[in-house]
Design a protein around this ligand. Structure first.
Ligand SMILES: *Cc1c(COP(=O)(O)O)cnc(C)c1O
Length: 361
């Protein structure tokens, strides 16, 4: 493009492509000149100061709002790297097991790359927003009569076929991409927080954040390392209970996992950082979800609200700064909010007097 001589725009030309996590953090990622970069400008999500959570907890609290990624969850950070590496390796198809958000991200990035995507899901357990994404991005959606753990077992077996790449978080490129969220937090705060809280399902994300914080610490960008505190749903808490859960249950479908793939990574993050894995109940998750929408104007899906419920459970922990990751957008799962809350419109006559009556009440 030769817009140098004919440019009537007084502003300097902005780079109009490649603003995703690979171009921003390339030297920390397994990317070479041979890697085609498949990106939707993921990352650079807002770190939002939360005055009411700060007041309640006695620390400065910031919310990393990962629902503002291109497919509305943090899964995009790992998927840009996983799909780019899959295309580099010559894959014609990517496949994943998913509770919903991985399939949405895999389908979008596969569409972008022009390759096929198949997703294996537990039938009837996927939030509607996530399912509609997988359909529209053109994935082959395969529903099985089994839970996520069974789906992942099947996917592991399919991954041996040439040309087919698994893009679950057992793919190490996913973890690499996801660690960039920790980089962004350190860039914005000028250091790591004292505590980092996030929901835990397959435990890839807690593993990735810890890796990111450590790398920026080693590189001299962060002086401290945070305590990593992960929250599982009480009915799906294998790491907390130190045993596989055969029939995990929770309203927070994104963390409905009984045998986490990155169990070991999570345990290491927690022990090396003097952190913990803890639990919150579905009731605590749902009330934290509506509390956050009502008090801070941030609408997240139920799994994401486990971070907020977790902070409430910790009370006033010893810390100056706390970061909570909220992992996915609230519009991913409107049905849970609509069916568990008692929301309905106020039906009134179509005249000013009737409306004013409602406004004044
Ligand atoms: C995937 C996901 C999680 C769990 O992340 P893990 O890396 O599996 O621990 C939590 N919340 C949302 C919204 C997710 O999509």
């Amino acid at each position: 493009m030769s817009n140098e001589s004919h440019n009537s725009n007084p502003l300097p030309a902005a780079p109009l492509h490649d603003r995703g996590v690979i171009s921003r953090f390339r030297k920390y990622l397994p990317i070479t000149d041979a890697t085609p970069v498949i990106s939707l400008n993921e990352g650079s999500t807002p770190l939002i100061h939360s005055p009411r959570l700060s007041e309640k907890s006695g620390a400065e609290v910031f919310i990393k709002y990962e629902g503002l990624n291109p497919t509305c969850s943090f899964k995009d950070r790992g998927m840009t790297v996983a799909i780019s590496k899959a295309v580099e390796a010559g894959a014609h198809t990517v496949i994943c097991a998913s509770t919903g958000n991985t399939s949405a991200a895999a389908a979008a990035y596969a569409a972008r790359a022009g390759i096929k995507c198949a997703v294996i899901l537990p039938a009837g357990k996927i939030a509607s927003g996530k399912l509609v994404q997988a359909y529209l991005y053109g994935a082959k959606v395969i529903a099985i009569d089994g839970n996520f753990d069974t789906a992942l077992k099947l996917v592991r077996e399919l991954g041996g076929i040439p040309g087919i790449e698994i893009v679950n978080s057992i793919n190490p490129h996913r973890i690499e991409g996801q660690k960039t969220a920790a980089f962004e937090i350190v860039e914005e705060l000028g250091d790591a927080p004292d505590i980092h809280i996030l929901p835990v399902g397959n435990a890839g994300n807690i593993t990735a954040y810890w890796q990111g914080y450590r790398e920026f610490h080693t590189a001299g960008h962060a002086k401290i390392l945070p305590r990593m505190i992960g929250f599982q749903a009480a009915g799906s808490a294998p790491i907390f209970h130190q045993k596989v859960i055969d029939d995990p249950h929770t309203i927070a479908t994104a963390i409905r996992i009984g045998n986490p793939a990155s169990w070991k990574g999570a345990s290491e993050a927690v022990s090396a950082s003097a952190g913990q894995i803890n639990i919150v109940t579905d009731d605590e998750i749902l009330s934290a979800q509506s509390w956050l929408a009502l008090n801070e104007g941030i609408f997240v899906e139920p799994a994401s609200a486990a971070s907020v419920a977790g902070l409430f459970k910790l009370g006033r922990p010893e810390a100056k700064r706390i970061v909570l990751t909220v992992t996915g957008h609230g519009l991913k799962d409107p049905d849970t909010a609509l069916t568990t809350g008692s929301y309905r419109p106020l039906n009134v006559d179509a005249n000013l007097a009737a409306i004013r009556l409602v406004l004044d009440s």
